[in-house]
Ligand binder design. Structure first.
Ligand code: FES
Length: 111
């Protein structure tokens, strides 16, 4: 199992566990976490699964602009909250053992 920490804008955090190969978005939605909407269900068409990767994890997750496919990078231009260097779409962050303990910060809103 892989553990992910989701930090809300008010500083409260919730820790969830998921099987490897589940996305950060899926782990959140399956556990009823508010703060990630995921309108399109993970098909990279809504940008309502926006998260800010904790800077300490950015080398392991990579940045959106470094991904082979530039669709995520383009979709991040349409998020409701400001895009930052650490912005990722959580449906594209697939959990691996290497990401055990990952911390992501939730934006104020997704829509
Ligand atoms: S869930 Fe729609 S882009 Fe991630």
């Amino acid at each position: 199992m892989v553990t992910v920490n989701y930090v809300s804008p008010d500083g409260t955090s919730r820790q969830l566990t998921a099987e490897p190969n589940v996305s950060v978005m899926e782990a959140a939605v399956r556990n009823g976490l508010t703060g990630i909407v995921a309108e399109c269900g993970g098909s990279l068409a809504c940008a309502t699964c926006h998260v800010y990767v904790d800077e300490s994890w950015l080398l392991r997750t990579g940045r959106a602009e470094d991904c082979d496919d530039d669709l995520e990078d383009q979709m991040l231009e349409g998020t409701s909250e400001e895009r930052r260097e650490t912005s990722r779409l959580s449906c594209q962050l697939v959990l691996t053992e290497e990401l055990d303990g990952l911390t992501v910060h939730l934006p104020e809103s997704q829509i």
